[in-house]
Ligand binder design. Sequence first.
Ligand SMILES: [Zn+2]
Length: 656
Amino acid sequence: MLSLNMRLSVFFVLVAMLPCAPVKAQSDWRGQAVVHLEASPGARVRGVPVSAVQLGPGFWTERRKVVTEVSIPTLYQEFEQRGILDNFRRLAGKQVARRGPIYTDSDVYKWMEAVAFEVQSGERRNQPLLEEAIRIVSATQEENGYLNTRYTMERLSDRHQNMLHGHELYCLGHLLQAGIAWYRATGKRDLMDVGIRFVRYLQLRFGPEKEPLYDGHPEIELALIELYRTTGDRSFLDFAGYFLNSDPRLKGRISQRDLVYTFIGKPFTERTQMEGHAVRAGYAASGAADYYLETGDDKYKGTLERLWRDLAESKVYITGGIGSRQTGEAFGEAFELPNQLAYTESCAAIANFFWNWRMLAATGDARHADLLERALYNGINSGLSLDGRLYCYRNPLELSGNSNDRIRNPWYDTTCCPPNLQRVLASLPGYLFGASSEGIAVHLYHTATLDWRLPDGQPLKIRQTTTYPLEGTVHFSVEPGRETTFELGLRIPAWSSNTKVLVNGEDVGSVQSGAYHRIRRQWKPGDRVELRLDMRVRHTLANPRVRDNVGKAAVERGPVVYCLEGLDQPDGLEPEKLALDLRGNAGAATGVPSRLLGGLPVLQHPAVEQQESPSGLYHPRQASRNWKPAQARLVPYFAFANRGFTPMQVWIPYIE
Ligand SMILES: [Zn+2]
């Protein structure tokens, strides 16, 4: 056997002799969606490009403005101050020590992807920063194609030695995604080609009948498949399949504990439940869904469906957050969903969002859009402070208000969440609409104009106008190039129990919730549709096996989960003595307009306050409790902990 260094040297010579084979891009870069499914055999609904949707005024426009003006520039400053960009410059000769954990490169790449999505939207304010970052990153690629600031120079001998926890391919996955987003924004291949050269380097040395390769943090899979969609080079899809199917030589080499924790090491199709590290499991499932979309492999579809049911029926929080355990940042058992201890990393809610987007594409089933909307408005949105400067890593559903529990911070050593939140919000226009062989589907509601085309290539504009989620009425104007027959599908959320749809002022009759309401007709320019969703306040109960939520209810309005924060309660009312009063007046909550909280109302909710303050830890039960009428005030969950340290709870005791 050659020593590792000798093998590497021989290998580098071989690589240096091979030209980087040019890869032809598939369809025009302007026409590619966030997840580009134009030619994907397993796709029933395809996304549209970010650039095809212009958001108008409204909820997400305000949030995206904060990302552009505050979050993205300040995170770049943090990268500079904390040496994360210097980690790259060091490889180009700057005399500094490498700083930060092993995966810092990926944080820069996710930030780059976020800015590239902004550019896709025509927002160019941060483009010079991105171009500078591209220069910094590109200058550090080795001649053989390798690029990682950790496994080089004095740590060269660590390269490919710690595949389980080393994050080498994880970082590459994010580099590829950033390069693809930049290509789709400008047609420039520079950053994507940097990523492709790294992939070529790996493909020469690793794979079936070569050396085995794996990465203990799934991410490379979905990135490679997006690269396949962008370039048409099938070897990228096959390489992703190699990781998802797991190299058979890994059998017995990865401990049972790591098989669970990393969600790699055995074929994805042998998985029976969502377990282990929530972000890893969510990214693995997203990559597997991508693989199904490209191959139509039914074994994958069956596994994905089984895992999704496991998640949706027993392991997801009402906020769309996933991963309940701090230990291992992991899923718990079924129904193990504690509130205060909830881990619910922002990245995990994002993984849930990514996975459901792909499941929606594969099935066209509204339940996936419902769940991704739930994650978006709540468990993802909560991760970014209202002013855009602070981020949650954890997004618990209850806080004691202890000032030691600093839940929002400008920076984390492991700063995966901040740029992940930025890239989701920056790409959001690409998630509103879908295209199928039948026509157009509307997944998410927000004032926006879609400028796209029908399956036959005919141009089509659809404008939605709404204040959703403040109100539930959405007006559409449909502008096909000429009179033509197609289907307009409107997602009716499962929570909207009384929905109306009017076409040119005429009520279409019964509308089923939790499904797409499909309107197939001959559309002519100027046709109008009105959707009225049921925005009444809802009280939601949990399965009694969720022990933390027994005797408690959550309050929701539209897609927004509410919470109770101590500082909002009038007259020094103590939150722990409050119970919602649901006796015959469910839904009696009234909305008080608020400018503070994304323009969404504060809810004034009938409640009762326990009069006595029981002393001691335990006390005898009293035959009747002395309740005093009160009014509780509830605010959208995503806004929690934006106004100082105060107790917070999503699940609130009630009497009925
Ligand atoms: Zn994270």
